[in-house]
Ligand binder design. Structure first.
Ligand code: 2AM
Length: 200
């Protein structure tokens, strides 16, 4: 019997961004309460979550993604502002906003390719970097409103040179992600204007 893999496509933050997230933890926790932080090595920006997939389908999915990303160039991904699902006043999932128009183009191309593979089309997508999950809230809505003060904080820019297909292993201490495939963005990017960009 074949195995089922819990899979998703994502891009990764650079090491400076991972460090910037870690150093913001104290400020965020002061406003949000008891937070289970995403491990720095597990931080990622999900493009599309596939759910459980039969392992023998992975090769076909990777081939379709490879075609979808063909000709795409590396690009700058800016991380800015703390946000939360469902809201900043009732935060459950804490994230940093991601600004990168090329990422939306990539995600749309990937979604179209996955629809051709039989997956349902994904709904509206808000690119974000999940940094933690709130275990229990602290303080009043006003205290938590302090998170809004972090709404404009700039966490820096990552130069994205590849997309990864990950398998998620659910574990009690937090999911562990295994890279199944890497898709280099080889289409000749332009690094101009990425003064504080970093290679992954
Ligand atoms: P997120 O944290 O960026 O929101 C791997 O499980 C990743 O896939 C998660 O980190 C999450 O991305 C996304 N994910 C998990 N379950 C999901 C679901 N049911 N629907 C959409 N995305 C999901």
């Amino acid at each position: 019997m074949s195995e089922r893999y819990r899979c998703f496509f994502a891009v990764d933050p650079c090491d400076d961004l991972r460090r910037a997230v870690t150093s913001a933890r104290g400020t965020v926790a002061a406003a949000a309460g008891d937070v289970r932080w995403t491990r720095p090595e597990s931080l990622h920006v999900t493009l599309e979550f596939l759910g459980d997939v039969q392992s023998e389908r992975i090769d076909a999915i990777a081939a379709a993604a490879s075609v979808a990303f063909d000709g795409s160039a590396p690009f700058a991904m800016r991380a800015r502002g703390i946000g939360a699902f469902p809201t900043l006043r009732r935060p459950r999932v804490l994230w940093i906003g991601i600004e990168a128009p090329p990422l939306k183009t990539l995600a749309a191309a990937l979604d179209a390719a996955l629809v051709r593979c039989g997956f349902p089309a994904s709904g509206p997508w808000r690119p974000h970097l999940t940094i933690g999950r709130v275990r229990s809230l602290r303080g009043s809505a006003e205290t938590r409103g302090r998170l809004e003060a972090l709404g404009e904080r700039d966490f820096g820019t990552t130069w994205v040179e590849s997309v990864q297909l990950y398998r998620s292993h659910l574990q009690p201490g937090g999911s562990v992600y295994e890279e199944l495939a890497r898709f280099p963005l080889a289409g000749g990017g332009d690094k101009e204007g990425v003064a504080d960009g970093h290679r992954q």
